[in-house]
Design a protein around this ligand. Structure first.
Ligand code: NAI
Length: 358
């Protein structure tokens, strides 16, 4: 039962949706809308079971509440998952059916890109809802957020290596990137262009081949990338990569990446701290993308606003890192405190406004 589910954290709404005519099976989870309407991407994945999809939707939507709050957005946290293989099960009809479900929520939840759902798919979804963001400029949207996510992760990585290794660039550093999708490939390119030696892993051999050819990257087995002898590890695939088994094997002194829910649970943040590894919380590092797509629905969503918000987010990341190094508290605990202060009902701003914190 959802109320008793381990990942249920007083979510405001969990909607199970089926459309037999298109094969759509989806879950929309809204965690908290104290700061404004919920916003978060739609993931399409061949989950092993409906339970696994529910786990993901609950965890991801809660993370969005924290991410949007730390990013200084007046948006709540929500996320949706479509159960299916994006390579074989995705049809325009199925995406349109999903759009109709989002539309039915009347602006309570805004959807966007995530794993398995790209810009083209958001266009298809937007055919049947006005609450899809991250659509291309031809549809008056701002487009795929991935480059902005990568930009935010890179800024956080720069700050982290500065604090830990005292360097201003990646010259001479070794970096491992797990997952060479839209964000991971952009991030790997940035590391390479800033002087790092790059190690990569992806379950898709073509993406690995491209990284080897383009940046002289060294391929690593997907199951061993976390254990590579590097200075920085950037998880950019799926969640749960930092767990009881992998953390003792991590050689990097800095972990910073785009993947949502990198930690098996918040308790693993303390394990990383104890192991002397600086972890930049995923929901802080990867906020650039949601800032970018949120620019479609805030009052002043100019490119300058986006750039300013990502810089502000990087400053927040810097403050979290400094506080963690100073106090010995985990970076996740510190970031959670910041988010909870912002979305707690006491500090709740007017719900009608979709704007940004000053
Ligand atoms: P994507 O779907 O384009 O890329 C994911 C990549 O990971 C794919 O190339 C896939 O083959 C690879 N992969 C899957 N399992 C793997 C494994 N076990 N080992 C190695 N590689 C594996 O997704 P995207 O957009 O690049 O997102 C990456 C992560 O960042 C996801 O967790 C996503 O939720 C998160 N994120 C993405 C944002 C965006 O703007 N796209 C924004 C915020 C978070």
């Amino acid at each position: 039962m959802t109320f008793a589910h381990a990942e249920y954290a007083d979510h405001e709404l969990v909607q199970f949706c089926a459309d037999p005519s298109t094969g759509l099976r989806a879950i929309i989870a809204v965690h908290n809308t104290n700061l404004g309407p919920a916003a978060g991407g739609c993931r399409m994945w061949p989950y092993a079971s409906a339970d696994a999809a529910l786990d993901d939707a609950l965890r991801l939507s809660r993370a969005m509440t924290y991410k949007n709050a730390v990013a200084g957005l007046h948006l709540g946290g929500g996320k949706s998952v479509i159960i299916g293989d994006p390579r074989t099960d995705k049809t325009p009809e199925l995406l349109a059916a999903f759009g109709r479900l989002v539309e039915r929520l009347g602006g309570y939840y805004f959807t966007a890109e995530d794993v398995g759902i790209g810009e083209r798919d958001i266009c298809a979804i937007a055919q049947s809802t006005s609450y899809a963001i991250g659509t291309p400029s031809s549809m008056e949207g701002v487009g795929d957020p991935s480059a902005f996510t990568a930009s935010g992760v890179f800024k956080c990585a720069e700050l982290a290596v500065n604090r830990i290794f005292g360097c201003l660039d990646f010259e001479g550093l070794r970096v491992a990137v797990q997952g060479l999708g839209s964000v991971g490939s952009d991030l790997a390119r940035r590391y390479h262009e800033h002087g790092a030696t790059v190690f990569v892993a992806d379950v898709d051999p073509d993406k690995v081949k491209r990284a080897v050819n383009q940046w002289g990257a060294t391929p690593v087995e997907p199951g061993r990338i976390h254990a590579t002898d590097v200075d920085v590890f950037s998880p950019c695939a799926l969640g749960g990569v930092l767990n009881r088994q992998t953390i003792p094997e991590v050689r990097a002194k800095v972990v910073v990446g785009a993947a949502n829910n990198q930690l098996e649970s918040d308790a693993r943040a303390v394990d990383l701290l104890t192991a002397g590894i600086l972890y930049v919380p995923d929901f802080v590092a990867n906020g650039g993308g949601i800032i970018h797509v949120a620019s479609e629905i805030v009052d002043d969503g100019s490119p300058e606003w986006v750039e300013g918000k990502i810089d502000e987010l990087a400053q927040t990341a810097g403050a979290i890192i400094d506080e963690s190094l100073r106090s010995g508290r985990s970076s996740v605990e510190i970031a959670n405190d910041i988010a909870e202060r912002r979305f707690s009902p006491v500090s709740r701003p007017g719900k009608s406004k979709v704007a940004s914190h000053a």
